[in-house]
Design a protein around this ligand. Structure first.
Ligand code: HEC
Length: 177
């Protein structure tokens, strides 16, 4: 048995070694990457057109969640923003945090560290920037959403959490377990 498993291990080794680093395999394909030159004679990044200027206000660059905590929410929590946030919350958050954000989603129930109740006092007292930073960088168990959601989309989710998830809690508080 020991010899057999060694043989299996050895036969797999070159394949495994060749595939290293696995985390980048899917990204490194023949497809053209963002801003990559399509001209084989001039590889590298496409040069920006002359006199082009960066568009302000679309990208937010923050170092870590501590830096995010102090950010001001640039997106007004109007009806449209809250509705967009609701749609995104349903796609990305309900699985763990539950339909009402109370930490009772189906996937969340399987985790060792249960998702937090987003309507509880703890999260109600957080700054908008904190929640935005949590989405951007994730938590101990919670995944990061810095790639899946654009900076603006993350603010829409923050607005939804504030306006709907936390308002509902104020109207009908859940008993502490
Ligand atoms: C895979 C399950 C999972 C998904 C999906 C998920 N979360 Fe979480 N979330 C958690 C867990 C578990 C915690 C507890 C803390 C940790 O993991 O660090 C948490 C914590 C948080 C916190 C911190 C609350 C506080 O006051 O400290 C916020 C805010 C939050 N989640 C918001 C969201 C939002 C909004 C989404 C959707 C974009 C989302 N989460 C998606 C599992 C998840």
């Amino acid at each position: 048995m020991k010899r057999l498993s060694l043989a299996v291990l050895l036969s797999l080794t070159p394949v495994v070694a060749q595939a290293w680093p696995w985390s980048q395999d899917m990204a490194n394909q023949v497809s053209t990457k963002p801003q990559e030159s399509v001209d084989p004679a001039n590889p590298g990044m496409t040069v920006f057109p002359k006199r082009s200027v960066p568009v302000p206000g679309t990208t937010t660059i923050v170092k870590d969640s501590a830096a995010a905590e102090k950010l001001k929410n640039p997106v007004p929590a109007d009806e449209k923003s809250v509705a967009t946030g609701a749609r995104l919350f349903e796609i990305y958050c309900v699985v763990c945090h539950g339909k009402e954000g109370r930490g009772d989603g189906l996937v969340g129930a399987k985790l060792a560290l249960r998702p937090y109740d987003l309507s509880a006092a703890q999260t109600r007292e957080r700054s908008d920037g904190f929640i935005w930073g949590y989405l951007t960088f994730g938590g101990a168990v919670m995944p990061t959403y810095g790639n899946d959601l654009s900076p603006t989309e993350r603010w829409h989710v923050v607005n939804y959490v504030r306006k709907v998830v936390q308002r509902a809690q104020a109207a009908a508080p859940v008993a502490k377990k």
